[in-house]
Structure formats: C-alpha cells, structure tokens
Design a protein. Structure first.
Length: 495
C-alpha cells in the first residue's frame, strides 16, 4: 500500500484544523491566507519571524475554552497573543501551531469605585483602563512605555512594569483576580475583588507565566486615586556614573519617588530630537525624578532631592512648574525607544535588573562591551528599581552584525546575574533569554519550574519552546532553533 505524501498529509491536517476552528468561531475570525498571516509573523522582538499555521480570533471565553479543548484532544499547539508588543519573542508563532489572538476581548466590564477595582477583558489596553476611570479621579498605576498599545493580558503574562512601578508596584502588585482557561478547556477564576485569597497563591503564579500555563480572558485590577499633586525634577550630570550614584543616594536617603528614570547621553540626544521637550544636550546622563503626594510633602522632597543632586555635582536642575511641563519631561522618556529607531536601521532592546548600588559599575562595563563589539548602545533605565534597557544599535543588512548584537546582549545579561541581578525585569524570557536560563538557575531549579508547567500542561501544547532551554519530565518536545533571524523547526512538521 502506498503511503501518503508527507506534505499532503500535513496540508490535510491543516485543512482539518481550519474547518474545526470555523465551527467554533465565525469564518472571518480564522486567518489562513499567507498574506494575512504575515501580520502575525513576529512580535516586538522583530529580529525573529515565523508564519503561524493559522490565526484564530475568539470573542468569548466559551470560544477560547472550545479551542483549547479541541487542541488538547488533537495534539495541536497554541501560542497566545495580545497586542504583539512582547520584546522577548513571547508571542513568536509556531509553524505547526495556532496563534490565538485575544484582541477582540476589548471591553471594560465593570468599574467598582467602592472596592477600588475594575474588571476588564484581557485585550483592553493598559492606557484604556486609566482613561476609563480618570473622570472620577482614578488611574491604573503600572504604565509600560507601550501602554497605548500593550494589553492587560500581556501585562499579566510578562508581569510588566513601567515608570511608576518604583512606588506603586509591578503588575503582580496591582491585580486582584483572573479568569483563565486551562489547556483542557476548563474555565477557572482566581482571586476576585477581595484583597487576599485563601490557599496557594495561584494568582501570583500566573502573573509572569508567559502563556505557558493557561489563557487569561479577564483581569480584575486595582485602581488608585490620583495623587493630590505631582512634580518632576530633570537633573543633568556629566557622566552616567554620577547619575547612577544619585539614584542610589536618593533611595538610600529613604525617599521613594513616584517614578525615577535615567537616560544616558545618546538616549537624551535621540529623545530630544524626536519630541523636542527641552532636554539638555550637554549632559552625560539625565535623571527624571517624580515626587507625588500632598503639596507640602512634595515641596519638601524636591528640596531634599535637589540637595542630593547638588552634592554629586549636577550640572543642571529643572523642576516642573505645571502639569503640562511635568508631562513634557516624561514625553521624551516614553518616546526613547522609537527615538533610537530614527538613528539606526535596527536596535536590540535588552532587559535586565541589577541591585541599584551596582549601577555605576554596570554602566562602565557596558561601555567597555560597546567598544569590544564595535556597536553603539544607548541606555534607558527604570533607575529606581535597577531595571536596565540598553538599546544596542546595529544593521541587520551587514553580515554578522545581528549575531554581534545578540552576543553583546547576552554578555549584558550575564553581567546582570554576576552582580546579583536577574535576567529580566519586565520583558520576560520568551525565546530571547531562554538559553541563558542556566546562567541564573541550576538544573534542579529549572526542573522544579518545569514540574509546575507539567502540572498545568502535561502535553506541552501552550507556548512550547519558550522560557525553558530543554523540557524534561513531560512529553519531550523539540527546541525552537533561531538562525539568522528565522525560526527553524527541523524536527517538527511544516504547515
């Protein structure tokens, strides 16, 4: 008997999956044409790209449940995707898997001012939550630079941060409940409007799980009253090391600003050229410090911060005198990433976290690495919590530059761990940092983490190939191989 052609068998299986998905969601919510799939071939980590098998766009939790149940019965992989702003390859598609887009989950379901919370669908953007409650004087505190586009579900998956997380916490500190769908299609709720939950902290476990344990469909977030006043200082220093020392001294003095960000000279120049908000161009680093609370407290803290900066030789200090001016101070920082994009064909955005007091040392060593790899770097920091975002500039059209940029980035992350920090502060592990997990964790550590994955997803169907270099103790799966910006799956069927 003649065996079927492997390619024909693969195409037949793909066609079968498409038909099945169209029985769950409307026809137009299943994307299968190559031209339309190209929209989903990458996320914010654009050096890597791969067409998904198909894209499915459910509109209800029940539809998500049915999709996952079908996939488990038929051994089909799933990659969840929010807005696709991930900077670690967390939403990178699989050639033999469904990309499950959650953009249609875009409604604010309930605002409860008495309990200071809001219940929103997973596809609601970060900024939209604050906009929904700002008329009543409230806001949602975590504010990633991509907040205009990134979704709350993605924020939970990556435990995103932002400018104001120094004082008000990361995503994990600002959510109260989740609705999620398990790999077998079961729908569960974790937490709620109440402040504390009994039993294991599964809410904490899901936050930062990068789509490996379940699909989030609804989030209950804390909302906070806006501070009665907020003002910002823009402080210039001759060197990045002096700026880093000022950060350490401010925190050491017991002052916790609402936000504290730092940019080095190249980042300052790029941001000023892009948004033109009056940043000084004769500085080696620029520190933005925002202080909020009662006006008398803010005025007092401004003078204390000014004194600390003066003692370290600040070359310029400017204090915002209006809300408009305060927002202008932050506009350049929020636009730093696209600003760098105007200077270079490509850039590689890193994300690592270090102890604050090691910042001057780390900046000096990153500068040495820049010379070693012959690639320019601009540095942007959530300085108050030690979260670094070096932006490595390169041109992928020049042979070898992408590889040098990746090696440069790996060395930065190794340095973060060496000085007592971690591989990621808010962008997640994804595929970008996956093969560096052994730098931070022992094999025993990784095996224990993988056992959690196995407990939720024994068939390894949710976002496989992400976070863990090699999977153990469950069904063995091939690794996702990265080569010249393309994902290769030599051991998996190609659709």
């Amino acid at each position: 008997m003649k065996m079927p052609d492997p390619d024909q068998a693969v195409l037949a299986r793909r066609a079968e999956i498409i038909v099945a998905m169209r029985t769950i969601v409307p026809d137009q919510s299943v994307i299968s044409e190559e031209r339309e799939l190209a929209v989903y071939e990458s996320d914010g980590l654009t050096a890597y790209h791969q067409l998904p098998m198909i894209v499915v766009l459910p509109e209800t939790t029940a539809q998500v449940s049915q999709v996952l149940a079908y996939c488990q019965r038929n051994n089909v992989k799933i990659v969840p995707r929010g807005a696709g702003t991930s900077l670690s390859g967390g939403a990178l598609p699989l050639a033999d898997g469904i990309t499950l887009g959650l953009g249609k989950f875009n409604r604010v379901l309930e605002i409860d001012y008495d309990n200071r919370c809001a219940r929103v669908q997973t596809g609601v953007t970060n900024l939209a939550i604050s906009q929904a409650v700002e008329g009543d004087g409230f806001y949602y505190a975590p504010d990633p630079s991509s907040q205009i586009a990134c979704t709350i579900g993605g924020n939970v998956a990556e435990n995103s941060g932002g400018v104001h997380c120094l004082k008000y916490g990361l995503t994990t500190n600002n959510i109260l409940g989740l609705e999620m769908v398990l790999p077998d299609g079961e729908i569960i709720r974790l937490g709620g409007k109440h402040m504390d939950s009994e039993g294991y902290d599964l809410l904490g476990l899901m936050t930062g799980s990068e789509g490996l344990l379940g699909i989030i469909t609804e989030v209950t977030v804390r909302i906070l009253p806006k501070p009665t006043s907020a003002r910002a200082l823009m402080i210039g220093f001759e060197t990045s090391e002096a700026g880093g020392q000022c950060v350490a001294n401010i925190i050491g003095a017991g002052i916790i600003p609402g936000g504290m960000e730092m940019m080095d000279g190249p980042a300052v120049e790029a941001a000023e050229a892009f948004v033109q908000v009056g940043y000084p161009l004769d500085v080696g680093s620029l520190l933005l410090v925002e202080l909020d609370g009662p006006p008398a407290e803010v005025d007092y803290l401004i003078e204390r911060v000014r004194s600390i900066a003066d003692e370290l030789g600040a070359v310029s200090i400017r204090v915002s005198q209006s809300e408009e001016e305060r927002e202008q101070f932050w506009a350049g920082r929020k636009a730093a990433f696209p600003a760098i994009g105007r200077l270079t064909p490509d850039y590689y955005c890193m994300d690592g976290t270090i102890p604050r007091h090691r910042l001057p040392e780390v900046l000096s060593r990153v500068a040495e690495m820049s010379k070693k790899y012959d690639l320019d770097v601009a540095n942007v920091f959530h300085a108050g919590d030690g979260n670094l975002h070096p932006l490595i500039m390169y041109d992928s059209n020049n042979p070898g530059e992408l590889e040098r940029a990746e090696d440069f980035g790996s060395d930065i992350l190794r340095l973060c761990v060496e000085v007592g920090g971690v591989l990621t502060g808010e962008h997640g592990v994804g595929v970008e940092k996956r093969d560096l997990m052994g730098v931070m964790f022992s094999e025993i550590d990784l095996n224990q983490q993988q056992r959690v994955k196995c407990a939720f997803d024994p068939q390894q169907l949710l976002n496989p190939g992400k976070v863990f270099p090699t999977l153990h103790r469950c069904a063995e799966l091939g690794r996702v191989h990265i080569h010249r910006g393309k994902t290769r799956f030599p051991d998996l069927p190609r659709f």
